[in-house]
Design a protein around this ligand. Structure first.
Ligand code: ADE
Length: 226
């Protein structure tokens, strides 16, 4: 997969790709991430990428021209599955969305800033709008990092034990069951006996029951469409 990230603040989004699973995914060649500084596509001498709102109102708006130049250049080089805009009024990211997006070959992610982008960018270039939740961030970069992390860890070969993504919370619309490691007893607090029994069919059954119970308590909404 190739991900092209368009941003006015590349320094804000680079570090998540320089550690742990994302770093390894890049090193293994399973994903390529390219950062494009929108200011490099500005045509004015101050490298501005924003302007005042037509009709008045507080806050600057990201201009269409540098975004057009950047997206058009990228689209001339390859075909993109989606051109995504990070925005609080987009479709809320969830595990199903991440699963579907992990199948893509090439995507562009545009990070918004200030009041957002000129509506014509959304109307003519963007194919999908994603929000990471019902709150407003200072810009789309942190949201883009969250989206990339959620997608990249699902690409086959990224996690060393592929089944571990399959047992994550939200896969199958269930939250993950409780997990334990050594010691089997700490300050009198014991690990459930079943997990030490070696009876794997029973352990699997216990995990399924716990996952269901936990989901029913915390997120009954996830069970509504079952
Ligand atoms: N930009 C600002 N707020 C955002 C959010 N909640 N999700 C995605 N991008 C954003």
């Amino acid at each position: 997969m190739r991900i092209d990230i368009i941003t006015v603040l590349p320094e804000l989004i680079k570090s998540p790709f320089e550690a742990s699973i994302l770093k390894r995914a890049i090193a293994k060649g399973l994903v390529e991430v390219h950062f494009h500084n929108l200011r490099d596509y500005s045509t004015n001498k101050h490298k501005n990428v924003d302007d005042y709102q037509f009709g008045g109102g507080a806050g600057m708006v990201m201009s269409i021209e540098p975004i057009d130049k950047c997206i058009t250049k990228l689209k001339a080089e390859r075909t993109y599955d989606e051109i995504i805009y990070m925005t609080p009024d987009g479709q809320t990211l969830n595990q199903q969305v991440a699963n579907a997006m992990s199948m893509f070959e090439n995507i562009i992610i545009l990070c918004g800033h200030y009041k957002g982008v000129d509506q014509r960018v959304r109307d003519h270039f963007i194919t999908r709008e994603i929000s990471i939740g019902d709150y407003v961030l200072s810009g789309g970069e942190l949201g883009a990092a969250v989206l990339c992390d959620a997608i990249i860890r699902l690409i086959p070969g990224v996690l060393s034990n592929e089944t571990s993504a399959l047992t994550d919370s939200f896969q199958d619309n269930l939250l993950a069951p409780p997990i334990y490691t050594r010691p089997a007893e700490y300050k009198g607090w014991k690990v459930p006996d079943i997990l030490l029994s070696g009876n794997f069919p029973e352990i699997e059954k216990w995990r399924e029951e716990k996952a269901y119970e936990h989901t029913k308590n915390r997120r009954p909404d996830l069970l509504e469409n079952e």
